[in-house]
Design a binder for this molecule. Structure first.
Ligand code: NOJ
Length: 533
C-alpha cells in the first residue's frame, strides 16, 4: 500500500510505539535492534497501524534506557548503524508506514562532548550550553527544585564549584534553551533525521525546556512538597510555546506533513496541555501534545466520561486529540487495569476521536513481567519498587518459545520474557479469532473503513452508572461505543426509534442487531446506529 502523501495523514493516524531494545533481536546478543525491527515491519503493516515511533536508538551511556544521548546523529552499535536505519525507513515506506523518531532536546548524557566541554571550566566555550549556578549561601543547591526522579535537581561539579541542573537523573544535564546556539544545534539535528526521510519526531519532556531565569524556589505546601505538573518555575514557562514554534518551523520546512508529537507532564491540567497546540486559527505549535490521562484515571465510567468530555471540548477547533493507554514508563494496561478491562480499554483507545498511540505488545495484552532483583536494568527502580519501569519494557512476544521468538534460543534476552507465553504471543493469537490481537486488528480495520470512527465528532451519551458511552458521527454515519466498566451485566438503552448493529464486541463473539444493548462485565461494543425503518 503506498504512503498517503496527503498533509492530513496524521490527523487520525494510529501510532505504534516501538521500544527498540525489546522488539526483535536480529544478531543474537539478547538486545533488540534496527534490523530486527525492519524484519517485523510487515507485522505492523498487517496489523493496520499508520506510523511507528522509535524510542531512542542513539549512542548512549544507557544510564536511562537510551534517553541519555551521547551523539544525536548516529545509531548506537547495540542497535545497528545508519545504513540499518535507512533500510528501516525505506522498508517502512514501501509498506505504507510512517516513521517518527525520538528527539530528546531537554538534556544530553553527562558523557556528551558538549557537556564534557561545558564542565571543563567556568569559562569554557560551551559553559552556557547547560544550566550552571553558584551554590546557595549555605553551600547547598541553588534552589529547592526537585528532579522528576527524586532528590535535588542540582548536582555539584566539584572541579568548578558550581551546580548543574538536571530535570531527570544527574546523568542527564539539562541544556540551556535560552542559548540560541543550543536551539540551532537542535534544529540541525532535526534536519539530519528529516533529510533521511522520517515523518516527524516524538519530542521528550518539552515542558521542561525553559526554567525561570531567576531560578526562584518553587512554592511548597506545609510538608515542603510541590507536584511537578503544577510547578510554577521549573516547567511550563510561557516561552516553551515559542521554542516549540521554532521546532515546528523546522518540520514545516519539509514537504509532506512531518509532525511533532510532544511529551508533557503526565498529569498536566487540560488548560495547560492544550496551549501546546497553539490556538484555533493558529495551530502552529505541536501537531499532537500527548494526553496521558488515561494512564492515571481510575477505570470508572464517571471519571472517564468527565475527562473525555472536558478534554475533547478543550482541544482547539481544527486540532486533533491524542490518547495513550501504555508506554515504556508506566505499568501495562493488562496489569494496571486487568485483562478484560485492557480489552475494553483498547476499544476505547481506538474509537475515541483523535490520533492514539499503541505501545508495543499491548495489542496482545502483554502483562508487566516481574523482574528478579539481579536482572533489574532501570536506574529508577530504587524509587519504583519491583523493577522500576522494566516490567513494562520486556521483550515482544512473537511466539510461545523459551525466548518468545524475540532472540535466538541460545541467547539471553536483556529482560526476562515472563510467564503465560502459551497464549500471550503473536503466533498463537493469530490462530485465535477471539484473541486480543484479533480484537486490535478488527478495531484498526473498522477504523480504517469507517470515516465516522476516524474523523467523526464525539459526544458522550448518558448511560446507567458503570457504562461509558459516546457517539461518533460523520454525515449520515453514526456509531455508538459503549463500555461496561463494572464486574456485572448492565443494560444500555438505545434512543427510541433506533437500533444498533453490532460491529464489534471486545469479546469478539457477537454480531447482530439490537434495540437495547446488554453488556457483560467489562465488555465494550461498537454499534452502528441506525433509525428503525
Ligand atoms: C521521558 C521518557 O519517556 C522517559 O523514559 C525518560 O526516562 C525521560 N523522559 C528522560 O528523558
Amino acid at each position: 500500500m503506498p504512503c498517503d502523501t496527503g498533509h492530513d495523514w496524521w490527523r487520525s493516524a494510529v501510532i505504534y510505539q516501538v521500544y527498540p531494545r525489546s522488539f526483535a533481536d536480529s544478531n543474537g546478543d539478547g538486545v533488540g535492534d534496527l534490523p530486527g525491527i525492519t524484519s517485523r515491519l510487515p507485522y505492523l503493516a498487517d496489523l493496520g497501524v499508520d506510523a511507528i515511533w522509535l524510542s531512542p536508538f542513539y549512542p548512549s551511556a544507557h544510564e536511562d534506557g537510551g534517553y541519555d544521548i551521547i551523539d544525536f546523529r548516529d545509531v548506537d552499535p547495540l542497535f545497528g548503524n545508519l545504513d540499518d536505519f535507512d533500510a528501516l525507513v525505506a522498508r517502512a515506506k514501501r509498506l505504507g508506514l510512517r516513521v517518527l523518531v525520538d528527539l530528546v532536546p531537554n538534556h544530553t548524557s553527562r558523557h556528551h562532548p558538549w557537556f564534557l566541554e561545558s564542565r571543563a571550566s567556568r569559562t569554557a566555550a560551551r559553559r552556557n550550553w547547560y544550566i550552571w549556578a553558584d551554590p546557595a549561601k549555605d553551600g547547598g543547591p541553588p534552589n529547592n527544585w526537585r528532579a522528576v526522579t527524586g532528590g535535588s535537581a542540582w548536582t555539584l561539579d566539584e572541579a568548578t564549584g558550581q551546580y548543574y541542573m538536571h530535570s531527570f537523573f544527574a546523568a542527564q544535564p539539562d541544556l540551556n534553551w535560552r542559548n540560541p546556539n543550543v536551539r540551532e544545534a537542535m534544529a540541525e539535528i532535526m534536519r539530519f533525521w528529516l533529510d533521511r526521510g522520517i515523518d516527524g519526531f516524538r519530542v521528550d519532556m518539552i515542558d521542561y525546556l525553559l526554567k525561570d531565569e531567576a531560578l526562584r524556589d518553587e512554592p511548597v505546601d506545609d510538608k515542603g512538597w510541590y507536584d511537578h505538573p503544577l510547578a510554577k518555575y521549573q516547567l511550563n514557562q510561557w516561552g516553551v510555546v515559542d521554542i516549540m514554534r521554532g521546532l515546528r518551523r523546522v518540520v514545516d520546512g519539509y514537504p509532506g506533513a512531518r509532525i511533532l508529537l510532544g511529551e508533557v507532564e503526565s498529569r498536566l491540567p487540560i488548560d495547560v496541555l492544550v496551549r501546546y497546540y497553539g490556538t484555533a486559527g493558529q495551530l502552529d505549535v505541536l501537531h499532537l501534545p500527548f494526553n496521558f490521562w488515561l494512564l492515571f484515571l481510575p477505570w470508572q465510567s464517571a471519571a472517564l466520561e468527565r475527562f473525555i468530555t472536558d478534554y475533547d471540548a478543550a482541544v482547539p477547533e481544527g486540532a486533533v486529540p491524542n490518547w495513550v493507554l501504555g508506554n515504556h514508563d508506566v505499568p501495562r494496561p493488562a496489569t494496571r487495569l486487568g485483562v478484560a478491562q485492557a480489552r475494553a480499554a483498547m476499544v476505547l483507545l481506538l474509537t475515541l476521536r483523535g490520533a492514539p498511540v499503541v505501545y508495543y505488545g499491548d495489542e496482545l495484552g502483554m502483562p508487566n513481567v516481574p523482574i528478579p532483583p539481579e536482572r533489574i536494568q532501570d536506574p529508577w527502580s530504587a524509587a519504583l519498587p519491583g523493577g522500576g519501569r522494566d516490567p513494562a519494557r520486556t521483550p515482544m512476544r512473537w511466539n510461545g518459545g523459551p525466548t518468545a521468538g524475540f532472540c535466538p534460543e541460545h541467547a539471553v534476552p536483556w529482560l526476562p520474557v515472563g510467564d503465560g507465553l502459551e497464549t500471550v504471543n503473536v503466533e498463537d493469537q493469530r490462530q485465535d479469532p477471539r484473541s486480543m490481537l484479533a480484537l486490535t486488528k478488527a478495531l484498526l480495520t473498522l477504523r480504517r473503513a469507517r470515516p465516522a470512527l476516524r474523523d467523526g465528532s464525539l459526544r458522550c451519551i448518558q448511560g446507567p452508572p458503570g457504562i461509558i458511552a459516546f457517539s461518533r458521527v460523520l454525515h449520515e454515519e453514526r456509531f455508538l461505543v459503549a463500555l461496561n466498566t463494572t464486574d456485572g451485566t448492565l443494560d444500555m438503552p438505545l434512543p427510541p426509534g433506533t437500533v444498533g448493529v453490532v460491529r464489534l464486541s471486545s469479546a469478539m463473539d457477537r454480531t447482530g442487531t439490537c434495540s437495547a444493548l446488554r453488556l457483560r462485565a467489562h465488555e465494550a461494543c461498537v454499534l452502528e446506529w441506525v433509525h428503525r425503518s
